[in-house]
Design a protein around this ligand. Structure first.
Ligand SMILES: *Cc1c(COP(=O)(O)O)cnc(C)c1O
Length: 343
């Protein structure tokens, strides 16, 4: 059983959070003379620090209670808050499985936390046998696990994830930034089973809202209440809260865009496979393809010279490019450009 009070940093446990005017009185109706706001304007009022309307929409759509939902300024804020809540700088450690999302490394470094890395195997899966020595280290507080994984585009085996959730006494973040493109179930379903589980999702990918910076964490209410204590009081602007609500409620647009992206992914796979410079396309549960090529550096440079920017992952996975699915027109221009490349 997880003991949150032992896991959380002592200074965070003892933290008396900032109490904003909107903490002390919450409501829409009244004469508000409590927050030194300007009485004139349309954006003159501070936003709801707990994003209640947005959480009500998410709660309804996801079947998760509002007190199990946290909204971050992008998932990146959630990752940073988890480091700050659970890992004492210069002392505690975190663990991830590489290659994976680069922000884990950056966030760990900023917080002066050592990030241990276990290489994924040839199938981009976690080798469970490699885990026990790491899990026995009492300074390991946080495991960051991305599924579907960026940049490998596959899902991590659910048996492996459950084994980690069962045996590890610290916090496990399951980063589901790409879950909306996958048929696999979300780990949200497992929240009641595992008190140490934090699931993060984002509106940056499938909901097309990267500019608005909306990340979502789902976890047990105790963890959520600590996230609320540590976050900056007004971390999500009123404009972005409304943009998130609008995007979530426009189911038709979400469904049609997602469908188009998935159809285009299949088309792109077929057309890429016809090109001799393409050696292999890894199976994708995301809105991008990991493509092994003859010479990723050269192809990357030539594409840039034709104004097409993909992600060169050669230094992470040899000769691999990460290609995001674009519009049908953009994808056609990519194929045309690749067809002209001579190595
Ligand atoms: C894109 C991405 C995110 C999204 O981060 P935001 O801060 O919500 O935009 C999170 N995790 C992974 C693995 C990603 O690739």
């Amino acid at each position: 059983m997880m003991e949150l009070n032992k896991l959380i940093r002592k200074n965070i446990l003892a933290l008396k959070p900032y109490s904003s005017a909107r903490d002390e009185f919450y409501g829409d109706i009244g004469i508000f003379l409590d927050a030194n706001e300007n009485p004139y304007g349309t954006l003159n009022r501070y936003p709801d620090p707990y994003q209640r309307k947005l959480k009500a929409v998410l709660s309804e759509q996801k079947g998760v209670a509002p007190d199990s939902i946290f909204i971050g300024n992008g998932s990146d804020e959630i990752i940073d808050l988890l480091f700050r809540m659970f890992c004492n700088p210069g002392q505690d450690k975190a663990l991830t499985f590489s290659p994976t999302y680069g922000m884990y490394d950056v966030s760990a470094s900023i917080n002066d936390v050592e990030l241990l890395k276990i290489e994924l195997n040839a199938q981009f899966q976690i080798d469970l046998d490699s885990l026990p020595p790491y899990l026995n280290d009492s300074s390991l507080k946080l495991i960051l696990l991305c599924t579907p994984n960026n940049p490998t585009s596959n899902c991590i085996n659910p048996e492996t994830i459950e084994a980690i959730l069962k045996t590890f006494c610290g916090i496990v973040l399951v980063d589901e930034a790409y879950i909306d493109f996958s048929e696999k179930p979300s780990y949200i379903e497992k929240l009641s089973e595992y008190p140490n589980l934090v699931v993060s999702q984002t509106l940056s990918k499938a909901y097309g809202l990267a500019a608005a910076r909306i990340g979502i964490a789902y976890a047990n209410p105790e963890i959520i209440s600590f996230l609320n204590k540590v976050k900056p009081p007004y971390n999500i602007s009123a404009l972005n809260q409304q943009a998130a609500i609008d995007a979530l409620l426009d189911k038709e647009k979400y469904e049609s865009n997602s469908q188009l992206i998935l159809t285009e992914k299949e088309n792109l796979v077929q057309r890429l496979n016809l090109l001799p410079i393409v050696y292999r396309i890894y199976p994708s549960d995301t809105n991008f393809l990991l493509v092994e090529t003859e010479d990723a550096n050269l192809i990357y440079e030539q594409l840039v010279s034709m104004n097409i920017i993909v992600r060169n992952r050669n230094n992470v996975i040899r000769n691999c490019l990460r290609i995001t699915i674009g519009t049908p027109e953009e994808n056609q221009l990519l194929i045309n450009a690749l067809a002209t490349i001579k190595l």
